[in-house]
Ligand binder design. Structure first.
Ligand SMILES: [Zn+2]
Length: 460
């Protein structure tokens, strides 16, 4: 302040004139937006209540302004009338695999999934990851933003290389076998040089019997320690309470599955308390359970438009004897273990959703993911099924939307630019013809999908 007082008066005058001029300029540029969505019902992804009659102004791919001021006629050129419609942020699928991204990416976009977290896979070499990122970075061909982990870190004789033998896994390219701690340091360092969201660490001993090797605790600890030292993080793949405890004990903050975990909030108090204290992000993948039941319920595929989006083989699998056998085993497990006579979908996923509600209340960042790439889990469409399963289990629709948008962006550490409809954020959005708060299945009533503020081509 002292300094300013010493400045001659005429200089202060000139400065204030310059400031005044630049303010005027901004007023003149005010009407020059790339796109406006007017009078829309906004569900912004933050968990806030629905806001009616809102205008969204888009400039240079971003949400420049949000207001409720009535638009004068001829004031704007590119206006989409949002009256009677509902605007939500673009959805994230935070557990996805694809062996054919060129075919799958337009399907994600068709269904409003504008960001994906690819969590490795047998095709995921460094070059394949790069090709997916390249497709996700442009907006002339429909493709979601691509976030991805490293290749799978596993131990000799473990999941998924030992269990999914039909896939063409390539050691050193699409997965790495951990042998000793000295080698872990080098490996973590080398994958950290790529634009990964974190390391995919497969602790689990396989999805169902016969179980295979499980990663030793010292390896889990070492990978997490090295990851932090190299400025990255770990996304752990666990599938029972023991493996969950291993991940938490090692200090890992991101979990890619809930399937197989069965928390007892009375008995497992110590473990649950450390989950609450550790700011954990946890991906749901209820679709894995539903996918097991598809061969017994092929009518679930009778959804308008679905069969035009995916190849017929996806639907014909319900007649495959191997999948029918697997479905019967799945039912048997729920009969024997939980005592359900004829387990319904609600019974199979219900106890998991109850846990999600409890975990959410206690600050755990629950995130949507499907594990698409597995049979009967369709890229794009199945994220809506995941949301419907959460609603079936009793989760509130506004919270479900937040799990698929802002919570996902938080887990990926991109919430400063993605995940909600707020001023300054990138305009990835989905315009719906019906209210998803009334019924989450209304997320399928898609009018338009926006990425970078541009309307995306959907599959005809
Ligand atoms: Zn997976």
């Amino acid at each position: 302040m002292k300094k300013l007082l010493n400045v001659p008066t005429h200089i202060i005058l000139i400065i204030s004139m310059i400031i005044g001029a630049s303010c005027k300029k901004e007023v003149a540029a005010k009407t020059n937006y790339d796109l406006v969505i007017s009078k829309v019902n906004l569900i912004d992804g933050t968990g806030k209540d629905l806001q009616e009659n809102v205008n969204i102004y888009i400039k240079d791919s971003k949400i420049a302004k949000i207001d409720k001021v009535a638009l004068g006629s001829n004031e704007q050129k590119n206006v989409i009338n949002g009256e009677g419609k509902y605007l939500v942020p673009g959805f994230f699928d935070c557990h996805a695999h694809t062996g054919d991204y060129k075919a799958d990416f337009p399907r994600f976009m068709h269904y409003g999934v504008t960001s994906v977290l690819i969590t490795g896979g047998s095709t995921c070499t460094n070059d394949y990851f790069r090709q997916m990122r390249d497709m996700g970075e442009q907006d002339s061909v429909p493709g979601p933003r691509v976030f991805h982990t490293s290749q799978h870190f596993i131990v000799e004789g473990s999941h998924p290389v030992k269990t999914y033998t039909g896939n063409n896994w390539k050691e050193g390219e699409s997965f790495f076998i951990l042998k000793d701690t000295a080698q872990i340091s080098e490996l973590v360092k080398s994958v950290s040089e790529y634009p990964i969201s974190g390391i995919k660490l497969t602790i689990e001993d396989g999805p169902y019997p016969p179980f295979v090797e499980r990663m030793p605790q010292e390896f889990v600890n070492h990978v997490n320690k090295e990851a932090l030292q190299n400025g990255t993080r770990v996304f752990a793949h666990v599938s029972d309470n023991h493996e969950l405890k291993m991940a938490i004990d090692a200090g890992i903050k991101n979990l890619l599955h809930y399937t197989g975990v069965d928390l007892d909030f009375e008995k497992d108090k110590e473990l649950i308390q450390s989950i609450y204290n550790d700011s954990i992000s946890w991906v749901t993948t209820l679709m894995l359970d539903k996918s097991m039941m598809y061969p017994k319920n092929p009518e679930w595929f009778d959804v308008e438009g679905l069969k035009e989006i995916y190849p017929p083989e996806e639907f014909e699998k319900v007649n495959n004897p191997d999948y029918i056998f697997r479905a019967e085993e799945f039912v048997k497990f729920f009969q024997e273990y939980y005592g359900f006579d004829d387990p319904t979908l609600k019974q199979v996923i219900g106890f998991q959703v109850e846990d999600f509600i409890q975990l959410t209340r206690n600050g755990v960042n629950m995130v949507l993911g499907t594990d698409t790439g597995n049979d009967f889990i369709l890229p794009g469409y199945s994220l809506h099924e995941e949301m419907q399963l959460l609603e079936l289990g009793g989760m509130d629709p506004a919270q479900i939307i937040k799990m698929g948008t802002l919570n996902a962006a938080k887990m990926l550490e991109v919430e400063d630019r993605l995940g909600s409809i707020e001023e300054g954020k990138v305009a990835d959005m989905v315009l719906l013809d019906a209210n998803p708060i009334e019924s989450i299945s209304n997320t399928l009533k898609i009018n338009s999908v926006f990425k970078n503020g541009k309307v995306q081509t959907r599959i005809e």
